[in-house]
Ligand binder design. Structure first.
Ligand code: FAD
Length: 354
């Protein structure tokens, strides 16, 4: 069986981001790479969105970018300008195509369906497959969305809606998320922060139909694409192995209070590429400890006080635009942290410290 210098297990977002980062920085001219990916073909399966707080390799895969967003409670709306860090949506179809076109030109890179097809004795492994056994009762951000096309102009494509809490909460945390790509075209998602045994999991279609037809009052529309997923708001319990680095969700790249992962994966890929020779000995600080600490408390508050959460989120968004975006993107300074923390209900958070 063939040996490779490097092996990436899982050719999804983090596996391909890392392979691309290595390839465009000439790290695979004299080294070989195996990518283990079971899927038969690559096609658009999701969209990745984030505030662009730093440069990344995939600006040409951006479907749309916004400088404004809103957050809603019933009868109240906050508007935010995010020109300093536009909110971008990456089309996964374009992302896969761009990366595969580049990787396929290098004969040192090979794809396999199963790790048993190669010899892994002397390879450096980067693993993006998470171990998620028995985790349904933990906290997840789970969602289902439809990209729709309306008959008439309906959406304001200049502003996206990050969270609309004007909907049934069912003793959990629930909001709708709308990304308008044009006046007639938008991705609308129903999003829950709850465990996966919650009944909301079984009624996504009804929730979406009701929101579109009775809340937004869109009667005629066509569904162009569906997206469904669940992001763990806890880190997977992958067992650490010698000579193996976990990446992506498996590597703890998800910001637990928000589910944002894409940009952390990009930062981690750069970190690995820059420290390739001794990366196994280093601890990356992609999501600094202060966020791990604050998010842990935030999620305890969320789990114990779901009814308070729409107000808490809304208050958080009354901070300065740059503070809130930097905070949610792990780039805030101490003053910005203080601004966010000071908006939180003190006693509710204090109780969860212990
Ligand atoms: C629908 C959806 C939308 C999301 N939207 C956002 C967003 O807007 N913004 C954001 O920041 N984050 C978002 N996320 C979170 C996160 O960015 C994604 O989950 C991202 O794809 C994580 O990358 P990954 O490489 O860890 O996992 P994946 O991209 O899932 O890659 C894992 C790969 O491993 C492969 N695989 C599975 N089993 C095996 C095996 N046994 N051996 C080898 N390979 C295997 C899979 O086929 C897959 O290709 C979203 C997640 C989902 C599910």
């Amino acid at each position: 069986m063939k040996e490779f210098d490097y092996t990436i297990i899982g050719g999804g977002c983090s596996g391909l981001s890392l392979a691309y980062e290595l390839e465009i920085n000439n790290q695979l001219q004299k080294k070989s790479l195996a990518i283990i990916e079971p899927r038969d073909k690559y096609q658009k399966d999701k969209t990745w969105s984030f505030w662009r707080v730093f440069d990344h390799n995939f600006d040409d895969c951006v479907r749309k970018s916004w400088n404004n967003f809103s957050v809603n409670l019933p009868k109240k709306t906050k508007y935010h300008d995010c020109t300093f860090a536009p909110y971008q949506t990456i089309d996964s179809g374009l992302f896969y195509e761009k990366i595969l076109t580049t990787l396929n030109k290098n004969t040192n890179i090979e794809f396999f369906k199963n790790i048993n097809e190669i010899d892994v004795k002397n390879t450096k492994i980067f693993n993006s497959v998470s171990d998620f056994e028995n985790t349904n009762d933990k906290l997840w951000q789970h969602f289902c969305g439809v990209e729709i096309e309306t008959e008439k102009d309906f959406f304001d494509e200049e502003i996206f809606n990050l969270m609309d809490f004007d909907c049934e909460q069912d003793n959990n945390v629930h909001f709708f998320y709308t990304l308008p790509f044009s006046k007639k075209n938008a991705l609308v998602e129903t999003t829950w922060l709850s465990n996966l045994n919650h009944r909301s999991v079984h009624s996504y279609e009804t929730q979406l139909k009701d929101y579109l037809e009775n809340h937004l009052n869109i009667k005629k529309y066509k569904v162009l694409f569906r997206e469904k997923g669940a992001i763990p708001l806890f880190h997977p319990t992958n067992i650490k192995k010698l000579n193996q680095i976990d990446i992506g969700t498996a590597g703890g790249m998800t910001r637990l209070s928000t589910g944002y992962t894409f940009l952390n994966i990009q930062e981690h890929s750069k970190f690995i590429r820059k420290n390739l020779d001794n990366v196994h000995k280093l601890k990356p600080k992609i999501i600094p400890d202060k966020y791990q600490f604050l998010d842990k408390i935030f999620l305890k508050v969320l789990a114990n006080n779901p009814k308070k959460m729409p107000d808490i989120f809304y208050k958080m968004f009354s901070s300065k635009n740059s503070s809130i975006i930097n905070f949610l993107s792990n780039k805030s300074n101490i003053l910005e942290d203080f601004q966010i923390v000071s908006k939180m209900p003190k006693w509710t958070f204090f109780k969860e410290l212990f």
